[in-house]
Write a protein that binds this ligand. Sequence first.
Ligand SMILES: [Zn+2]
Ligand SMILES: [Zn+2]
Length: 175
Amino acid sequence: MTPTSLAQHKAKHLLSHVLVAAGARRWPEVVLGESGETPTGFYADFGLARPPSDEELAAVTDEMARLLANGQCVRSLTLAPPAARTLFARQPWKAQQVEVLAECQESVNCFEMDGFYDLCDCILTQPRELLAVHPETFTLTHVSLVAWVHRGKEHWFHRVFGELFPAPVPCGCCR
Ligand SMILES: [Zn+2]
Ligand SMILES: [Zn+2]
């Protein structure tokens, strides 16, 4: 991986966490789903009843910029599975991920951003690298509907997509 590609992957990964944290603040009690990288950006899933409006996306963008400007508000932490289960007890998608991780690991890697906790399985990125991501290097672009099947039931999430700005060369490793 070239230095540019590495920096872009770090930015995409960190921005996906920032999007999750900003959405969780904008929509308290929302069920949070998967998040991660795309070839040129990042995404996060929110269990909202309807797709977010342009105004809501603008508010989330502002919250993301605030979190980025406050880049020292992050830290990583490692939890034993019982502690992780307790922490994510109210988040069914994340609780399910904890069970998957706990099957093959003795601890679960997490990420705290301004009082918000998330799972983090990324080996590339250190939270403090958030300080290197400029608040004006992304835009939220569009939303699509995705399904999560859990215990035989379909759960629907609105997947919010963001793009790095200026647009990077698409990578071949992120779907
Ligand atoms: Zn992570
Ligand atoms: Zn990639």
